[in-house]
Design a binder for this molecule. Structure first.
Ligand SMILES: [Cu+2]
Length: 394
């Protein structure tokens, strides 16, 4: 059995050559523009652009020399502007892309393939960023297994990557949660097997030397270990991940924002986001989630951090069930308003929907929601229930 963590096949698109006004293939256009096509969305990866760069302008690669100073240099000098000809790729994971519940009574071995992939995305309008991801999305793909299953994991570092990567599963007993055996250089693959012993939602994240930088740049996700008896059925399951991004304002809209290590040490991020981008899952960006009055919603939530505690709150509702730390060996708390989710941890949360409304998922360290990009919207359709809520005209 293999989880759907693979990407769609590459598609050739035709665009217009503005010089000759005749259609050329997108890959041909990019090659002409000094970029080689890579990736399903037709965007050149950061590593490709890096290779196109004249050697004398290349930054020192951190994993060649080690140490934080070299990382800083690498980030400050990172990326030429040739990708300005392209629309940056979406990195924000679709919250509705959740693996189906498990209905079986025996343990199996599940193959999971993850690919470390560095891509240029856009945090918000005009702010390009060199994301580091698993499989091109933030948070990384949700993995769903059953207590007692064996995860057969292969981690590959994309050939276009600039950096080495690894993965630490909090659901794995083993040195570094597997990270000690999964450090991969660009083009390399490593393979581990581990048994998931305890039910719950657990984070996985990159765990190389500069793991704070890598996690802040997008390398974290959630693995759900269902209990043997399964989870109660609900109408909707969604998947969200929070992280903070420490960047300076970009020079201009064509130059990726530079990562600021001093601000990361001071824990002063520029952005704090849900699913990788500023207010990504809202009507104003990729669209709000749609549900109906009377339904039940379950959210699998991972806080990548790397440093900030989340105070997770559904504005206009409360969590009628909340599994602290994502642990399913304890009973849920009930009727919780704002819950704490530590960096490097998860939560499972449920909401009931007694009235039609727009629910806004927020971090109630509320400046993060008011100004820094942490917002998602769930639109509940249905008929007004004046007994529960009624706007009164004065
Ligand atoms: Cu990494």
């Amino acid at each position: 059995m293999e989880q759907h963590v693979k990407e769609s096949p590459e598609k050739e698109k035709t665009i217009t050559d503005h010089v000759g006004q005749k259609p050329i293939s997108r890959s041909r256009f990019l090659t002409t523009a000094g970029i080689i096509l890579a990736g399903s969305a037709g965007l050149a990866t950061a590593g490709e652009a890096f290779r196109q760069w004249p050697r004398r302008h290349r930054p020192v690669q951190p994993h060649q020399s080690g140490g934080q100073a070299s990382v800083k240099n690498s980030s400050q000098d990172m990326m030429p502007v040739t990708q300005s000809l392209l629309k940056p790729v979406r990195v924000s994971a679709d919250p509705a892309n959740v693996p189906l519940p498990i209905h079986r009574s025996v343990p199996v071995t599940q193959k999971v393939r993850l690919e470390a992939k560095e891509i240029i995305g856009e945090i918000t309008d005009g702010v390009l960023f060199h994301y580091m991801t698993f499989n091109g999305q933030v948070p990384a793909p949700m993995i769903r297994v059953r207590e007692g299953d064996t995860v057969d994991l292969t981690l590959t570092d994309n050939t276009h990557s600039q950096q080495s990567h690894s993965v630490d599963f909090h659901s794995c007993f083993g040195t570094g949660g597997g990270a000690a055996y999964t450090t991969v250089s660009p083009g390399q693959s490593k393979h581990i097997r581990f048994k998931v012993m305890n039910p719950g939602a657990f984070i996985y994240h990159c765990a190389v030397h500069d793991l704070d930088y890598h996690i802040s740049s997008g390398m974290f996700g959630l693995i759900l270990v269902e209990p043997k008896e399964g989870l109660a059925p609900v109408d909707h399951e969604f998947y969200f991940g929070q992280n903070e991004i420490y960047v300076d304002d970009p020079q201009d809209k064509n130059t990726p924002a530079v990562f600021n290590f001093d601000n990361m040490i001071a824990e002063k991020p520029k952005y704090v986001v849900l699913n990788g981008e500023f207010n990504a899952i809202t009507a104003g960006k990729y669209g709000a989630l749609k549900v109906r009055e009377g339904e039940t919603v379950r959210i699998f939530f991972v806080n990548g951090g790397p440093n900030l505690i989340s105070s997770f709150h559904p504005i206009g509702n409360i969590w009628n069930k909340f599994w602290l730390q994502g642990s399913l060996t304890n009973p849920p708390f009930t009727m919780m308003q704002t819950v704490q989710v530590n960096p490097g941890s998860c939560a499972i949360l449920e909401m009931q929907l007694p009235v039609p409304e727009v629910i806004r998922l927020a971090d109630h360290s509320i400046t993060r929601t008011a100004r820094q990009g942490l917002l998602a919207e769930i639109e509940v359709s249905g008929s007004p229930v004046p007994d529960i809520f009624e706007p009164v005209k004065s």
